[in-house]
Design a protein around this ligand. Structure first.
Ligand code: IMP
Length: 529
């Protein structure tokens, strides 16, 4: 049992963190002389429980390979936080990733996608923070905010960007293209410069948003341009001619557009427009003080909005085809510089219930091979292909950021269990419970073996997954339309309930909610949600 003295010690420690100036007026030498060391933990206390987390805090994290439908759970959780008596505002925090992510949103009849802007800003009482762990392309941010404002109104005073956020420009995007040429490989990343921007955060070549705002920005970024120019020249290529995504034109035309990086002057002039926008909007700030304020003030509910997923985590994902950030709950520490995973009371992992989808170069052992264009399916398609084609079509499995058709994979319980554990989540919310047909069976991967049938524990990384044999169980499907009509667990089709129970038992993680259709009301919640 947790002893009061342990709690008190915890609170003292918390207080000292939040009030670092506390005690500096005291006679510090006298504190030293008192020599109050207590060996080990207080009597009976072996650890301090998560119950001491900050109230009204939620993290929503993807536990598959991205695009799990996190936006729906974020939306619902925000509504729930704001309904708590005493909570007046919600703060939604992006702590990793960048414009590689995409959340589709709906507000009434309006449908649109956000990439760098936290999806929660749609709520009138919500404030969005783009924190220090995020990589930000300032021109794209300006385009995106303008676009979102056309849909939902003015975001002034509702959206803030950390001055410590990592700067990504067309240079890193051009470098991503160059890396592909160097490696002679097909596209691995989204082309948004995410990998190179984080790589340069590590090798210290990279810059932050405050570098763009400083008076000497033109000189700093000019040097950066010249550095890249030399790198490109070494490969016999001209930086100015490299094609990079043109988000503004893409938004205007509705199809993917590119432009060249241009000369140094052209590059700097474009950045200058974005810089002026950032300054005029006054959205760049030091978020540290704000974090301290909202930590202490329980009128604020806090939601940490994960992007990508643990299956794409830089270290824990299916390397090498991973993104470059810490996509787990633990990413909150480095990504905010203030909050810790242990502060978060409610940690939710999101996954697709009847299947998994993936976009990128990776091919997981559980993937059902499909042509990019469903019209090219062979006439003698297998039953697995029929099932996967139905899913891609029915669930519209095309990337929000890139429009690429997603690969369809069986639900992989070995990967899911591993990802949940490493993600630091405690409960699961599932999506797409309506993507199923009565009379059809669903293949679920339960574990892996080698070619001889010996059990192999799941390990992330394509190298380990080469040659493994996924072992499946076939479970009966259910009427998706009936699942859509359900308002509680009891009303769900019997086979859907059994499917959920199987996932829960095999993974060991409680399922606390399931989405059953595209609209906000298509959500069934269970005890503990
Ligand atoms: P990057 O994050 O652009 O470097 O891309 C690395 C890998 O992660 C690629 O396979 C991308 O397709 C994938 N990826 C990145 N962001 C997302 C996402 O939000 N959803 C799904 N896949 C993503």
């Amino acid at each position: 049992m947790l002893q009061p003295e342990a709690v008190e010690r915890y609170h003292r420690q918390q207080q000292r963190f939040h009030e670092p100036s506390q005690g500096i007026e005291e006679d510090l030498m006298a504190i030293y002389e008192r020599n109050e060391f207590v060996a080990g933990m207080p009597h009976h206390a072996t650890r301090l429980f998560d119950a001491l987390a900050r109230e009204h805090t939620v993290a929503v994290i993807g536990v598959a390979l991205g695009d799990e439908g996190k936006g729906r759970i974020i939306d619902n959780k925000l509504e729930a936080i704001l309904a708590i008596p005493g909570v007046e505002r919600a703060v939604v925090i992006r702590f990793q990733g960048g414009s590689n992510s995409g959340h589709s949103l709906e507000k009434g009849d309006i449908k649109f996608a956000v990439h760098q802007v936290p999806s929660g800003v749609l709520f009138p009482q919500a404030i969005g923070l783009i924190d220090r762990g995020v990589v930000i392309h300032p021109q794209d941010l300006a385009t995106e905010v303008t676009y979102v404002e056309e849909k939902v109104g003015d975001l002034r005073g509702k959206l803030f960007l950390s001055e410590e956020a990592i700067l990504v420009t067309d240079l890193e995007r051009a470098e991503e293209a160059l890396n592909k040429i160097k490696q002679g490989k097909a596209a691995g990343g989204t082309g948004r410069g995410i990998g190179p921007a984080y790589a340069h955060h590590y090798d210290r070549l990279g810059l932050n948003i405050h570098d763009l705002l400083s008076d000497s920005w033109r000189e700093t970024l000019g040097k950066q341009y010249q550095y890249y120019e030399k790198e490109f020249a070494a490969f016999g290529m001209g930086l100015s001619q490299m094609q990079v995504p043109d988000f503004e034109q893409t938004k205007k035309t509705g199809t993917s557009q590119t432009r060249t990086v241009g000369t140094q002057e052209e590059f700097l002039d474009r950045l200058e427009t974005a810089r002026i926008w950032l300054l005029e909007r006054n959205i760049v700030t030091n978020l540290f003080a704000f974090h301290k304020e909202i930590y202490e003030d329980l009128r604020y509910g806090i939601l940490f909005e994960g992007a990508q997923a643990v299956g794409l985590h830089a270290w824990l994902g299916t390397r090498p085809d991973v993104t470059a950030s810490d996509t787990s709950v633990y990413g909150v520490g480095a990504g905010t510089g203030y909050w810790r995973a242990a502060d978060i009371a409610d940690r939710i992992g999101v996954f697709k219930i009847p299947y998994t989808s993936s976009v990128g170069a990776r091919h997981m052992p559980t993937e059902v091979p499909l042509p990019k264009n469903l019209a090219d399916l062979p006439t003698d398609q297998t039953s697995d292909q029929k099932w996967a084609a139905y899913i891609r079509d029915q669930a519209h499995e095309y990337g929000t950021s890139t429009g690429r058709p997603r690969d369809i994979l069986s639900l992989d319980l070995a990967m899911l269990t591993y990802n949940c554990r490493m993600a630091g989540i405690e409960v699961l919310a599932g999506t797409h419970l309506d993507i199923s047909r009565e009379g059809e069976s669903i293949k679920v991967c339960t574990h892996y073996t080698d070619q001889k049938g010996n059990y192999i524990p799941y390990q992330p990384g394509l190298r380990y997954q080469e040659g493994v044999v996924p072992q499946y169980i076939k479970l009966p499907g259910w009427d998706g339309e009936a699942a859509r009509q359900a308002t509680n667990f009891e009303e769900l089709p019997e086979n859907a309930k059994k499917f959920l129970a199987f996932i829960q038992t095999r993974t060991g993680y409680p399922i606390i909610a399931a989405t059953t259709g595209p609209s906000r009301e298509h959500l069934v919640t269970f005890q503990g949600y």
